[in-house]
Design a protein. Structure first.
Length: 395
């Protein structure tokens, strides 16, 4: 029965999608009343020349620009607080985040810190603190923000949260809400054409995990379901090509669209146990988030599929159109096989031991995973013991 359920939809701000969208940076910043612009990126983005189009557009609009190129992977508390201090010192009033999940999450965290009092710490805004967290600043106090992704994975350009690392607690935590969604997203497949194959594969699996977990989530958001299935279909038909032939423009466009759909999907339907399992692999084993999601996804799906047979069967149909099995159960199990085969085809490891994770770490990983509340919307209930079993199977 669904008639008594109330669905929540968090939609992104203005989103421009297509080849050449990054060249809109100047006029977009102008529309946000920019007088000077602060660009956040990691050193790799700068070295790859991905800021050139953006910087040229801002220059053509007559906007002074400060480039901050110290974004780090799995951004920590200290890294975002340093970035926020640099934004305040820059004199800019609009910021542009350019990069993958780490760059865009850092940008959203800076948006939050810059809108609050100077003595605020990012941990004080953590969603897991519930009613004890520091009140968020008003939208008017936070700097207008433009997000420009360079990977097809996180969909962070259209999500409300920043996922950060707490080094002392050895855990991931999130900050943000509806007011921290970037004001504008410029989603340009051109910026993904030179992404290396390994990163294309890992970020692609991140996008797929978002889509699948959102689709089988216990949150009821029926308007999104057809769009999510379309996103899964895009990954099924284009990720292999994007990895094998990175300059294939159609495959790159498909994957960036799938990533964006995944971001919209998780903003309203949330995630599941795969992300609870993946986050500790990043914080405790320093694993790339997309790789962690990809490795844990088949195991989480096999465990969870009995709680959402028809949904997982629909996932299988989206990944392998026309490959209809004899029963819903068999088709749902076929979704697991399809994801495993995809991992193999894009040359990602399928075992934690092959990714350098020590078996001795499993107990600590499970303890951390059960504290990551993404599993709340998983279609089958989990426990710390279940988490440990899933890590063991993956190992």
């Amino acid at each position: 029965m669904t008639e008594n359920k109330i669905s929540l939809y968090l939609w992104p701000g203005q989103t421009h999608f297509g080849f050449g969208a990054a060249a809109l940076a100047g006029e977009t910043a102008r529309s946000l009343a920019a007088t000077a612009v602060f660009i956040l990126a990691d050193p790799g983005v700068v070295q790859a020349g991905l800021l050139a189009t953006i910087a040229d557009s801002l220059a053509a609009a007559g906007l002074p620009t400060v480039i901050y190129d110290q974004v780090v992977p799995n951004p920590s508390i200290a890294s975002v607080e340093v970035a926020a201090a640099a934004f305040r010192a820059s004199g800019a009033n609009v910021q542009i985040g350019v990069g993958g999940g780490s760059g865009l999450d850092t940008t959203k965290a800076v948006k939050l810190l810059a809108g609050g009092p100077p003595d605020a710490l990012i941990w004080e805004y953590a969603t897991m603190l519930g009613n004890e967290k520091r009140p968020y600043p008003s939208p008017a106090a936070m700097p207008p923000t433009i997000a420009i992704p360079t990977t097809a994975g996180t969909g962070a350009e259209v999500t409300p949260w920043a996922v950060l690392t707490h080094p002392e607690k050895q855990m991931k935590f999130s900050v943000g809400g509806a007011t921290t969604i970037p004001d504008v997203a410029l989603v340009d497949p051109e910026l993904t054409l030179t992404l290396p194959a390994r990163l294309t594969a890992a970020t692609g699996m991140d996008a797929l995990s978002h889509l699948i977990e959102a689709y089988v989530s216990t949150n009821h958001n029926p308007v999104l379901d057809p769009m999510i299935l379309y996103g899964i279909e895009l990954v099924g038909r284009s990720l292999r090509t994007a990895v094998a032939r990175g300059n294939n423009r159609q495959a790159r466009s498909d994957m960036l669209q799938a990533s964006m759909i995944g971001g919209i999907a998780i903003s309203s339907k949330w995630l599941g146990a795969c992300h609870s399992l993946a986050h500790p692999l990043s914080s405790l084993a320093d694993m790339h988030h997309g790789l962690a999601c990809g490795m844990m996804l088949p195991h989480q799906m096999w465990y969870s599929h009995v709680g959402a047979l028809e949904r997982y069967a629909a996932v299988a149909e989206a990944l392998m159109p026309g490959d209809v099995c004899r029963s819903v159960r068999e088709q749902a199990q076929g979704a697991v096989t399809a994801v495993h085969n995809l991992l193999t085809d894009i040359d990602l490891p399928t075992c934690l031991r092959d990714a350098g994770v020590s078996e001795d770490l499993i107990s600590a990983l499970a303890k951390a995973a059960i504290t990551d509340l993404n599993w709340w919307t998983n279609p089958r209930a989990v426990s710390e013991d279940v988490m440990a079993d899933l890590y063991q199977q993956a190992w």
